[in-house]
Design a protein. Structure first.
Length: 360
């Protein structure tokens, strides 16, 4: 497909944005300025990718010509370069396709990740802890900030429930595929006869909501303070730093005690509450949205089984796209790049079809 006409339209838009950003009153509206700068950044990245694509395609054409030449040494070198250049051209082409699609503004946001132990008792809580560490390591690999926000530890060292915040560049774009039921098959440490057990944990990834997304009225809240539990020395026993926030209209309750400061716990709790209310709003809107995209990454709901982690076979299978990896150890260490790339590719194919563009 020839992208030149579409690129030209994006280039015109880029020039409009640059003209707007050069005006003296550009920062008079902070929200609009932030949105403009974000759009400018995406278009600038698209143009850089387009230039790299054209350059790599020219290199590939030159290498193919040299491979047909009469100089055997040059022909051999060119032949060696062709596979690398073909792979690079294809990757850049896919990046351009994705960038040309209508952008979901949620993808730029930070994410609130909620993990709950499902069926399986103690083993499920241990698996919830394993998933938490997997995401923490993935965040480290991506250069993101990982921040614990709320937790309910189990007696065996796992978590009944744990919430964290991941912030950085395009966090939700990469993390959104994790929502759903994760199933583990392995021999628990407490299993004397070596039998494989199946347990589950539920993951919900919520785009962090901004104050303009959700209006929370003070009269709709009941906020209580109490003493924190768990480790922390005498401080947690003497001060009421833990915060419980009840949102009366929805019935949502959030408890936060990770920080020593009551104010910080309240701030974290409000972030979680706002994200949960935003999720409720989005779910209601999605019910009216095209059902076509639900096959892509499912409904995004926390009730859908999306992935199985089979430890005896060192196997991880994502059921939505039928992808299997026999590097489960690496996956649990946060090596999620290949999986996420395949999920993004599957999403892009459906979005291209919906947009009337040519799928790869």
């Amino acid at each position: 497909m020839d992208y030149s006409s579409l690129i030209e339209k994006r280039l015109e838009r880029l020039r409009e944005l640059e003209d707007s950003m050069s005006r003296a009153d550009f920062f008079s509206d902070q929200k609009k300025a932030s949105e403009t700068m974000r759009e400018h950044g995406h278009l600038k990245k698209l143009m850089d990718t387009w230039e790299a694509y054209k350059s790599s395609r020219k290199e590939l054409e030159d290498s193919r010509e040299l491979a047909k030449g009469e100089d055997p040494e040059m022909a051999e070198l060119a032949e060696l370069e062709i596979p690398r250049l073909e792979e690079r051209v294809e990757k850049l082409r896919l990046d351009i396709q994705y960038s040309l699609l209508p952008r979901d503004e949620m993808e730029d946001r930070d994410a609130i990740v909620e993990i709950r132990a499902g069926t399986g008792g103690d083993e499920a809580s241990l698996f919830a802890g394993d998933l938490l560490r997997m995401y923490e390591r993935y965040a480290e690999r991506k250069g993101w900030k990982f921040e614990p926000m709320e937790s309910s530890p189990s007696e065996v060292g796992g978590f009944k429930e744990v919430v964290c915040r991941i912030s950085g560049s395009e966090v939700f774009r990469f993390m959104k595929y994790e929502s759903g039921v994760h199933r583990v098959q392995r021999v628990p440490e407490t299993e004397a006869q070596g039998r494989i057990h199946t347990s589950t944990a539920t993951v919900a990834v919520l785009p962090e909501a901004e104050e303009v997304d959700i209006e929370i009225r003070p009269e709709d809240l009941r906020i209580e303070t109490c003493r924190s539990g768990g480790a922390g020395g005498q401080h947690v026993n003497r001060t009421e730093s833990a915060v419980q926030i009840f949102h009366l209209p929805s019935g949502i309750m959030v408890r936060c005690e990770e920080e020593r400061s009551q104010m910080k716990n309240r701030e974290k709790g409000m972030k979680i509450l706002r994200a949960k209310l935003f999720e409720m709003k989005q779910r209601a809107e999605h019910e009216q949205y095209s059902a076509k995209r639900r096959s892509l990454i499912g409904s995004g709901g926390r009730e859908e089984k999306i992935r199985t982690y089979n430890f005896p076979q060192n196997r991880m299978t994502d059921h939505r796209i039928g992808f299997t990896s026999y590097n489960l150890e690496g996956v649990m260490m946060g090596e999620l790049e290949e999986l996420v790339e395949r999920l993004q590719h599957a999403e892009m194919q459906e979005r291209l079809a919906e947009a009337g563009l040519e799928p790869a």
